[in-house]
Design a protein around this ligand. Structure first.
Ligand code: HEM
Length: 190
């Protein structure tokens, strides 16, 4: 493929195998919510005054929404299976891609659950100033349990760093496909 053709508009994914419109929307909604949840999560500990509360509310609302969107994605994946990866991509790379995708799905379900139960165990459920989207009070799930809360917090911190590593691998792979292999894998999802 010459450079003119390569740059031309209207390019298609390898083998014409792109994700469907619904899958693409769900993917980019997840990405947008992650852009809110992850930096806010890391930022919370550095906010010391009363403005901490909106940080919690926004972080927790984004996290709960991610959980719901990922559940919908899993159901949708069964209804409309993703297109197979380009067979020209070496098998170890395809295995690695699938492993990272599955790990991201798992972590984006586990992490919100850890956060949700942590806030409850701290006696600080999503109500009042930290209501879902500042509007919807969630029921109090359990009485405060400080010991359990500390454990859940430890796992939530580990989960945050794990997700960060997975995202570096995921986005790094996209950059690798576009810049090094130039195989237009990104076009499957845009
Ligand atoms: C995919 C969704 C989520 C991601 C990626 C995420 C990520 C993070 C990260 C990276 C931190 C900072 C950890 C650290 O101190 O190094 C954090 C803190 C926190 N997260 Fe989440 N989180 C998610 C969902 C949730 C949910 C659903 C809730 C509650 C309903 C929640 C509640 C909290 C709280 C309260 C903190 C602050 C803990 C503290 O410093 O006291 N998170 N989160």
């Amino acid at each position: 493929m010459d450079s003119m053709t390569h740059q031309a508009p209207g390019r298609v994914a390898p083998g014409g195998a792109a994700y469907g419109t619904v899958a693409k929307w769900l993917h980019w909604i997840t990405a947008g919510l992650m852009l809110v949840a992850l930096p806010m999560g890391f930022a919370i500990q550095h906010v010391k005054d009363a403005s901490k509360m909106p940080f919690y509310a926004i972080h927790e609302s984004a996290g709960v929404t991610i959980f719901v969107v990922v559940l919908i994605r899993i159901v949708w994946k069964r209804i409309s299976p993703p297109p197979p990866l380009d067979p020209a991509i070496p098998r170890p790379m395809r295995v690695a891609a699938t492993a990272v995708h599955h790990a991201l799905y798992a972590m984006l379900l586990i992490q919100p659950l850890l956060g949700f139960f942590m806030t409850n165990a701290f006696g600080f459920p999503m109500r009042g100033q930290t209501a879902y989207l500042f509007l919807i009070d969630f029921p109090k799930f359990m009485d405060a349990a400080p010991g359990l809360a500390e454990w859940l917090k430890t796992f939530h911190v580990i989960g945050g760093w794990t997700i960060l590593v997975l995202l570096v691998l995921h986005i790094g792979a996209v950059v690798f496909h576009q810049a090094i292999r130039r195989d237009d894998t990104l076009l499957r999802m845009v």
